[in-house]
Design a protein around this ligand. Structure first.
Ligand code: THU
Length: 157
């Protein structure tokens, strides 16, 4: 028997102003994208912004439904929209922000498992690492690639 260990590294920033210019613009787009959130049930407004290889930013927000499983997260809204409308453009990064009552939640919002799996798919499709910026009111986290949020990604087919 051998004990194994997986190490994940990420950067923590105290404020948006500390981010590199491109990341800052993407983070601000994710915050803006929260305006498109339709969350009458959870009242948890999530925005996501996807950066494409040519610099275009595609936004998405969570969309809820009275039949709860029919809703979808902000990350998948943005990634599926990018995939459907710009199928030939690689995704290079995604930023995610969440708020309640118009105020950013303190801790960075961390994507659900289904969204991580979808991020993995688009990272593979894009053939390059997808940077992930998770925004909170008090701190911001930046991951270099999807593996850092989803170790041992399913890739066996
Ligand atoms: N949600 C997202 O949009 N992204 C996340 O990363 C976490 C959760 C949404 C789903 C649902 O509309 C609401 O937030 C509460 O779970």
């Amino acid at each position: 028997m051998t004990n194994k260990e997986i190490k994940i590294t990420y950067r923590e920033y105290e404020a948006l102003a500390e981010l590199e210019a491109g990341d800052k613009a993407l983070a601000q787009a994710a915050i803006e994208a929260m305006d498109g959130s339709y969350a009458p049930y959870s009242k948890f407004n999530v925005g996501a912004a996807v950066l494409l290889e040519d610099g275009e930013i595609v936004k998405g927000a969570n969309q809820e439904n009275l039949a709860y499983p029919s809703g979808i997260c902000a990350e998948r809204t943005a990634l599926f929209y990018a995939g459907a409308s710009r199928p030939d453009k690689a995704v290079t990064a995604i930023a995610i922000a969440a708020g309640q009552n118009g105020v950013l939640v303190s801790n960075p919002v961390t994507p659900c498992g289904a969204c991580r799996q979808v991020m993995a798919e688009y990272q593979t499709k894009s053939g390059r690492p997808m940077g992930i910026i998770l925004i909170g009111g008090e701190k911001i986290w930046r991951f270099e690639k999807v593996e850092d949020l989803l170790p041992m990604i399913f890739d066996s087919i």
